[in-house]
Design a protein around this ligand. Structure first.
Ligand code: ZN
Length: 115
């Protein structure tokens, strides 16, 4: 039996994030839910996502940019040892994000529906 944990969802249209409790494995959890705020699509950003303030447009632009390039705040581990220490931190600014998506494009999630 696995213990329930919270999965973060974020709506890129209205810049709201919310959590859903889950007790299934992440791979069985839906990648999209309906945004309870605006009815648009809210995307799963996993367990490690920390949402910026709704008013922080720059941060949301960065998240949108990362998302469009296949980065949903999944853990990116580099190096031979797949240990905790090799996890790549997510970029804090848009400038860093541009470099990040180039550098780690091999780690991007390939969308199945052609986004
Ligand atoms: Zn929304």
């Amino acid at each position: 039996m696995s213990t329930p944990y919270n999965m973060a969802f974020a709506c890129l249209d209205c810049c709201k994030s919310f959590k859903r409790e889950s007790n299934v494995t992440p791979s069985e959890f839906p990648l999209e839910l309906k945004c309870p705020n605006c009815g648009s699509v809210a995307h799963s950003f996993g367990r490690h996502f920390k949402a910026p303030k709704a008013t922080d447009k720059k941060q949301w632009d960065k998240i949108r940019f990362l998302f469009e390039h296949g980065f949903r705040f999944q853990k990116i581990r580099i190096g031979k040892n797949q240990t905790h220490h090799d996890t790549v931190p997510y970029p804090e600014t848009m400038e860093q994000a541009r470099e990040f998506v180039m550098k780690y494009k091999d780690y991007a999630i390939k969308s199945t529906n052609g986004i």
